[in-house]
Design a protein around this ligand. Structure first.
Ligand SMILES: [Zn+2]
Length: 251
């Protein structure tokens, strides 16, 4: 059941809502992995979000104001407040749209399903799917050494891990295509299980019994790194689509 007004003329979100983002997807692709904002500062910007850690040392997921670090083996632990991040997207999650997720919904169905719930694909959405999953497939970036390699190389040998019959939260963002390069266009989601002990960057999933909640956003607060590496980075590669697909979608 959607709690969004059913009046089809109402295509805009009912409230203004802000997303905070640290750095750019293109900077991450170009190997700008030095963290320059702390978990403590990030939690001041929102209680929900995703990202990565200094030196690409694992996937980040923030749920209910707690930040977790997921390592290469899929294990998760609470992050320290003084750990730094080179790329993060956070918001204060308000579940303005809520529905039972269709049984067997997979990652490839998620975009269309959000389209069926949402007022317009021209806004940003924080997405949270909580409940039981038949399976969740994840990968996790691993700590890099300097000089940093581009992300296409750094993620080439990431292991894919499968969690069967697992309960937890898949959280992240649905980003409009016009944000390509700033963020990951489409759905970018991470997973953490109920025990907060396992997770990763989600490659695929299949819903068993879960609630999906959306938080529409109308503004983006973008914070660029103050580093010479960032100032020299190539942020307009010709094969941007291919790089995003290779590093984030992997199928
Ligand atoms: Zn990710």
């Amino acid at each position: 059941m959607s709690h969004y007004p059913t009046d089809s003329t109402q295509l805009a979100p009912v409230e203004r809502h802000s997303i905070f983002q640290n750095s750019l997807m293109t900077a991450l692709l170009d190997g700008i992995y030095d963290g320059d904002i702390t978990v403590s500062e990030l939690l001041g910007q929102g209680n929900f979000g995703i990202g990565t850690f200094d030196a690409l040392d694992g996937e980040m997921i923030i749920v209910d104001g707690q930040c977790y670090q997921v390592r290469g083996d899929g294990s998760a632990r609470p992050a320290r407040l003084d750990q730094c991040s080179p790329f993060t997207v956070v918001t204060n999650f308000v579940p303005r749209i809520s529905a039972h997720a269709p049984n067997d919904m997979s990652r490839s169905d998620l975009g269309d399903y959000i389209d069926s719930l949402q007022p317009s694909e021209n806004y940003m959405y924080a997405v949270r799917i909580s409940g039981q999953f038949h399976d969740v497939a994840v990968r996790t970036v691993t700590r890099q050494e300097k000089p940093y390699r581009p992300m296409v190389e750094a993620t080439a040998d990431d292991t894919e891990i499968h969690f069967d019959n697992v309960s937890g939260i898949i959280g992240g963002f649905r980003t409009p295509v016009y944000e390509k390069g700033i963020s990951v266009p489409g759905c970018h989601v991470h997973f953490i299980d109920d025990a907060r002990s396992r997770g990763g960057h989600v490659l695929d999933f299949r819903v068993k019994d879960a609630i999906i909640e959306l938080c529409p956003a109308t503004e983006l607060n973008l914070r660029l790194p103050l580093s010479s590496d960032f100032s020299r980075a190539d942020l307009a590669p010709e094969n941007l689509d291919e790089q995003i697909h290779t590093t984030e979608v992997k199928t």
